[in-house]
Design a protein around this ligand. Structure first.
Ligand code: NAD
Ligand code: TYD
Length: 374
């Protein structure tokens, strides 16, 4: 049995992980520590909040005393660190918060883990610090480069990627210097339920429903490797159970799409959803699909992201060979399920489309892309 501290557990991937873990390991204790930034949302944890064996703590990973207290109070033996500022565009317009949470915050967690697990009497021998990292630390690939393995050099482009890379180096240093048992996973782009609608896939879904322009940066030919979030959670589970301390593991999707092709696919799936469900037309009358048009008419090319990485692709053969990991979800089915989740959970995303968020989106991309609210 494990007692887990899941930091950032009210965000997109963290909350999916909490649900996954509670379902597959119901006897474990799960403590979520989350600052509830704009990206953190207690609604994501509504179905588990109040259950025995689950605790939510509102706080900052930079608060080392708080973390020390939680590790001791709940006899935590596993930390899974999802907490981060995670949006590349925000890191370009305001990098400070990224250094604070992603670097200083991860270091505060490491210091607390070292104090409680290694320096207490007796030490906690069976422990694990798992760091959730990203493929973005490896930087951009060209069209014909092979996917990157764990041994590739870190070459981050954005302040977000640089802050994640710095955090990974600290985790690795705590393993090598102090003997902390650590693992790091570098994952490709996730999608699925509870994804905040500033990231590409949920932003496209919400904009298509409102007849708003879908902003594609540059020429839309940048490539991302997409992974359904449940596959990511399963990969983390395998690493926690069977991963070797001190190791890095790539969790990829083997699922590369240009942004343009991906968005076209989403448009087609949305057209199909409207064709199959007459109730969608009165609910979302501004969508072109409601008037028999095509959602693809909303695709609009906008100025490129500065330093926009052209392509990410991960070689996850180590995870496959050592941990028997491979993604299970097919992209078509998983995208349809994701669209359906947003259709079924309109209240969830509508609350996020508030004035502050709209102002930020408008400032970034122009008025045409502003999300509509009722
Ligand atoms: P997210 O932005 O949806 O969630 C981040 C969560 O961290 C939020 O709940 C937020 O409130 C919390 N948080 C932020 N600062 C905090 C602090 N100082 N103290 C405590 N909590 C804080 O992010 P996500 O997309 O779920 O990503 C989770 C992790 O996975 C991140 O570390 C990210 O770098 C990594 N990752 C994400 C992707 C992806 O496609 N989304 C891919 C690879 C890796
Ligand atoms: P995003 O979801 O922000 O993830 P990341 O930058 O971490 O890969 O973006 C995915 C891709 O989509 C990336 O190449 C940038 C592009 N993009 C757009 O073209 N338009 C948008 O409105 C957004 C948010 C992203």
């Amino acid at each position: 049995m494990s007692n887990l501290l899941v930091t950032g557990g009210a965000g997109f991937i963290g909350s999916n992980f909490v649900h996954y873990w509670r379902e597959h390991h119901p006897r474990d204790v799960v403590v979520v520590l989350d600052k509830l930034t704009y990206a953190g949302n207690l609604d994501n944890l509504a179905s588990v909040n109040g259950e025995s064996g689950f605790h939510f703590v509102h706080g900052d990973i930079c608060d080392e005393r708080l973390v020390l207290g939680l590790l001791r109070e709940h006899s935590i033996n596993t930390i899974v660190n999802f907490a981060a500022e995670s949006h590349v565009d925000r890191s370009i317009s305001g990098p400070d918060e990224f250094v604070q949470t992603n670097v200083i915050g991860t270091h505060a967690l490491l210091k607390a883990a070292r104090a409680v697990w290694l320096e207490s009497d007796p030490p906690v021998h069976a422990h694990r610090f798992h760091q959730i990292s990203t493929d973005e630390v490896f930087g951009s690939l060209g069209d014909s480069d092979p996917p990157v393995a764990e041994t590739a050099r870190y070459a981050p482009s954005s302040p977000y990627a640089a802050s994640k890379a710095a955090a990974d180096h600290l985790v690795s240093a705590y393993h090598r210097t102090y003997g902390l048992q650590t693992t790091i996973s570098n994952c490709s782009n996730n999608f699925g339920p509870f994804h905040f609608p500033e990231k590409l896939i949920p932003l496209v879904i919400v904009n298509l429903l409102h007849g708003r322009a879908v902003p594609l940066y540059g020429d839309g030919r940048n490539v991302r490797d997409w992974l359904f979030v449940t596959d990511h959670c399963r990969g983390i589970e395998r690493i926690l159970q069977h991963g070797k301390s001190g190791s890095y593991y790539n969790i990829g999707g083997n699922n590369e799409w240009t942004n343009l092709d991906l968005v076209r696919k989403l448009c087609q799936l949305m057209d199909d959803a409207f064709a199959g469900d007459p109730l969608l037309c009165p609910r979302f009358p501004a969508s072109p699909a409601a008037a028999g048009g095509t959602c693809a008419s909303l695709i609009s090319f906008v100025r490129d992201r500065p330093g926009h990485d052209f392509r990410y692709a991960l070689d996850f053969s180590k995870c496959a060979a050592e941990l028997d990991y491979s993604p299970r979800e097919s992209i078509g089915v998983a995208l349809s399920r994701t669209i359906q989740w947003y259709l079924d959970n309109e209240q969830w995303w509508r609350r996020l489309i508030d004035a502050d968020y709209q102002a930020w989106v408008e400032q970034q991309y122009g008025a045409a892309t502003r999300l509509a609210s009722r």
